[in-house]
Design a protein around this ligand. Structure first.
Ligand code: ZN
Length: 117
């Protein structure tokens, strides 16, 4: 299950992002951006996240996942478009010289901290 590794990475980044001057911080929501080609199963990621955040400031934090569409760019004719199928050929000039510009990312956009009681 590769979601466990991803969850571990995300938790590390999130913990580093919490300002050090906050006492007993609690994270309420973690906003994530996940590309459609990153092959992350949302349920598995949430499950792994819950396990490894136990006894950390991220315990019980909700994951808010924004799915990023796959976009590619054609180097030959400078068009870019969203890909929904497996074909990576430029529909404009029918050249094969295309590069992916989004769709594989796994990123934390922001953290929402709970207000201190
Ligand atoms: Zn093209």
């Amino acid at each position: 299950m590769h979601e466990m590794g991803i969850a571990e990475q995300l938790v590390k980044i999130a913990l580093d992002a919490i300002p050090k001057d906050i006492q007993n911080p609690r994270v309420e929501t973690v906003h994530l951006k996940i590309g459609k080609l990153a092959s992350v199963v949302e349920q598995s990621l949430t499950f792994c996240f819950e396990i490894i955040t136990k006894d950390t400031p991220l315990e019980k934090a909700r994951l808010h996942i924004e799915s990023v569409p796959v976009r590619v760019h054609c180097k030959s004719c400078d068009q870019s478009w969203e890909v929904t199928g497996p074909v990576f050929q430029c529909p404009f000039c029918e050249d094969g010289d295309v590069e992916m510009i989004s769709g594989r990312e796994i990123e934390i956009i922001s953290l929402e901290l709970e207000d201190a009681p």
